[in-house]
Design a protein around this ligand. Structure first.
Ligand SMILES: C[S@@+](CC[C@H](N)C(=O)[O-])C[C@H]1O[C@@H](n2cnc3c(N)ncnc32)[C@H](O)[C@@H]1O
Length: 212
């Protein structure tokens, strides 16, 4: 969202991460695992420190990086996180164990479109973080907002999709369709009668929606 020099400057000011988190960042880079962008995650963590949730539901664990960042930032929080890719989830569990955060993070293996009943065991949630298949954001939001407590918050990552939401021409039909879906989601979200939403142009674009 920012020019490269300014983004580099801001990145140079980011707080250092501990050993396991650094290891995960290196793994994600080397294996092409999409974890939340550094600036986006810092903004999200600061909002969470202000909100002070006791329970968080995450849709899209990958290797557990954002779950662990949230657990570190909020030592008392209980996190439930959903991932459909078994290999990634196994790795997430190993990292969570290595970080000593097993008592704080529960994992659910499955397609988030089918795990509402499992996730509802620990509902209501103070915060829901959506960071899975971008084409399904509206469905995830509609399904899981039922598990949000009144006044709670839903955070959605990648809503500006590398700036592509304003691109005039996109060659790939798949990406074009995805952008159309994200754009449709954004318009739907900002006019949702039950939520107040702001889209922060940080990281890959982070939407913060508060249930009235
Ligand atoms: C962007 S990554 C999550 C990154 C993670 N939140 C982080 O920042 O460390 C998205 C993950 O969502 C998973 N995913 C995508 N669609 C899903 C679905 N329908 N149900 C469960 N997981 C899904 C993918 O397998 C992928 O690992």
């Amino acid at each position: 969202m920012l020019d490269e020099k300014l983004q580099g400057y801001l990145d140079s000011l980011l707080p250092a991460r501990d050993g396991v988190l650094m290891k995960m960042e290196v793994y994600a880079k080397e294996h092409g695992v999409p974890i939340m962008e550094a600036a986006g995650i810092e903004a999200m963590l600061q909002i969470l420190r202000i909100q002070k949730p006791e329970t968080i539901l995450e849709v899209g664990t990958a290797i557990g990086y954002s779950a662990l960042r949230m657990a570190h930032a909020l030592p008392g929080v209980q996190i439930v996180t959903i991932e459909r890719d078994e290999e990634r989830l196994d790795l997430a569990k190993a990292y969570i164990k290595e970080a000593g955060k097993e008592s704080q993070i529960k994992t659910i293996h499955g397609d988030a479109l089918e795990t509402l009943a499992q996730a509802s065991q620990w509902a209501p949630y103070d915060t829901i973080f959506i960071d899975a298949a971008k084409g399904q954001y509206k469905r995830f939001f509609e399904m899981y907002s039922a598990l949000l407590r009144p006044g709670g918050m839903i955070i959605t990552d990648n809503v500006l999709f590398k700036g592509l939401v304003t691109a005039e021409e996109i060659e790939s039909k798949r990406i074009r369709n995805l952008v159309k879906k994200i754009d449709g989601f954004n318009h739907w979200l900002v006019s949702h009668p039950k939520f107040d939403t702001v889209i922060l142009p940080v990281g890959d674009g982070v939407a913060i929606s508060k249930l009235r």
